[in-house]
Design a protein around this ligand. Structure first.
Ligand SMILES: [Mg+2]
Length: 178
């Protein structure tokens, strides 16, 4: 697993490579993440159970993102990577653990960072199964010889590696002041 801070470091060496890219904290990000609300809630309300903390912090986070606009993590790098994808007759799709009911909202987020949503196929796992399982069960991988996975979460990358051992995995770590 390689750690990258820019999409420029994704090396596409084969024609027809399929790139599977994550959305949250990979394509774009919000200033605060879910963990921020989780930690603060836990600090303020130590009596809450784990399940309550998870539920409440998710609710607060959902409200937060509805009232903010995301920022691209690396817009220029993403566009340059897309050029490489096109030059090499590859394809890039998004697989997110978001719920399918957030489709309309996701479209607005793509629009707000200047990326055309309908140009891509975007798949939602609804957080029901791992990304690796999802790729194996729901995507047509026939004829895909070269697979690249980009995600900020190691658990997602590990699950992909488990189901698609040949996948080249990149962990995207956002870095400020590049
Ligand atoms: Mg993510």
């Amino acid at each position: 697993m390689k750690i990258i801070h820019t999409f420029d470091d994704v090396s596409i060496e084969h024609e027809g490579t399929l790139i599977i890219c994550d959305i949250d904290d990979t394509l774009f990000r919000y200033e605060r993440n879910l963990n921020y609300f989780y930690k603060n809630l836990k600090h303020s309300f130590p009596e809450l159970t784990e399940a309550e903390l998870t539920k409440h912090s998710s609710d607060i986070y959902a409200t937060y993102v509805k009232n903010r606009k995301p920022s691209p993590t690396d817009y220029d790098g993403f566009i340059r990577m897309m050029c490489k994808v096109l030059e090499t007759k590859g394809k890039l799709i998004f697989v997110t653990s978001r719920n399918e009911c957030s489709t309309e909202y996701t479209k607005l987020e793509f629009k707000s960072i200047g990326i055309c949503y309908t140009y891509f196929n975007v798949y939602y796992t609804n957080n029901e199964i791992s990304k690796g399982q999802f790729i194996q069960d729901k995507l047509d991988m026939d004829g895909v010889e070269h697979l690249i996975m980009i995600d900020d979460q190691t658990t997602n990358l590990k699950s992909v590696k488990q189901h698609c051992p040949n996948a080249e995995c990149y962990r995207f770590v956002y870095r400020t002041n590049e």
